[in-house]
Design a protein around this ligand. Sequence first.
Ligand code: AMP
Ligand code: ZN
Length: 472
Amino acid sequence: MSIRIYNTLSKSMEEFTPIEAGKVRMYVCGPTVYNFIHIGNARPMIVFDTVRRYFEHKGYEVNYVSNFTDVDDKIIKAANEEGVEASVISERFIEECKKDMAGMNVRPATTHPKATEEIPEMLDMISTLIDKGHAYAAEDGTVYYRTRSFKEYGKLSHKNLDDLQGGNRELKVDGAEQKEDSLDFVLWKPKKPGEPYWDSPWCKGRPGWHIECSCMSKKYLGEEIDIHAGGEDLIFPHHENEIAQSEAANGKTFARYWMHNAFLNIDNRKMSKSLGNFFTVRDISEKYDLQVLRFFMLSAHYRSPLNFSDELMEAAKSGYERIINCVSDLSFLIGKKENSALSDEEKELLTKVSEFEKSFDDAMDDDFNTADAIAAIFELVKFANNEIKDEGRSREFLEALKGKIVELSDVCGLIVEKKEELLDSDIEALIEERQQARKNKDFARADEIRNELLEKGIVLEDTREGVKWKRA
Ligand code: AMP
Ligand code: ZN
């Protein structure tokens, strides 16, 4: 079956057809780096990393681009408070963000562009928009997008321009009096004292927020892409404005599928510092393995609001541990078994394993329903836990079970095989200790060491030439 995606643009489920066969061009709006990322920011990272992994699992080659917004009011404010350049703040938090991503097993994007490194591309696109009549420079050098010039404005957020105009009328925006129309938005703005700035044909200044994604997407993925994604708060105005910029400048459909994750709330309230219910990913890492946070995020469908609470994190922890324990039990048994081929009964049983995999794929094909996909992994774990009790099962059979659990978990980005890699020298030392114990007729200790090694996947073999070992 093919992958179906809920497209915000059409408000319906659509079958995924790539622009180029076997390839996916995907852009995910990344964080503004003025602080540690919070657990709300972690949701799109985890969700869309899982989408990427599933496409790869299905054999697609994914070009995945995700930006860092490294010039913005909040970054400038933090820099001024600390008395440093804005780039000091943004570089610091890009590095911290990458550490959190690694902890959550979110793979680095194919490219992570930064706004400040793409200014020439932005100036180019703004010039094109002016030339085509979609933008204009005001007297002070601010460049505005002429929103009404783009006839399809509102198609993503399903908003009507006149309703927007009504809602906007009361807004008191800085410099609003120089706009031709209250709907027009900023592409370039003049510098203020203490702000980073760049030269441009209109004034020394810096870009508006929306233009960076239009330019980076074009530069790294091309004028037309398959998937554009982010949190649902970005639908309007950010993504609506990106479409207006890109489609007016390039004359092509910008993105075919628009995916948006719902919000993460805490204790059923919007996350906010002032309410005291605000956690960074770093805060959570002090209490939990970040894999538990990943498991928690994937336990709900990405389009459903998700509530963060201690109870749900504890439930996620025990769910995640259930998979780890099963894999660890399987590893232990595999290490103890001599090689043996599959019996006919086992071959029959493995068809059952394919059914669990099919349920997993069906769930993921259905707009990446990770909640049901994890339920399919649990079914497989339950099946494996039952099979473990049968002492007659062959090594090959147990390996097949373990392999499938690890593989499907990996599609979700969940690391379920704890690899406490023992160094060769540690192994040799333990073997030496075991030999000594045997010489002293301390067979209990000798057995203990053998089992300890087995648990870590090291199999010992006593031969005439001495003890040999291998990794299971
Ligand atoms: P920002 O740094 O605010 O631009 O956000 C980066 C990404 O995190 C965007 O895709 C946002 O939509 C997303 N995001 C921010 N807060 C939340 C939240 N509470 N729940 C889910 N996604 C969020
Ligand atoms: Zn964006």
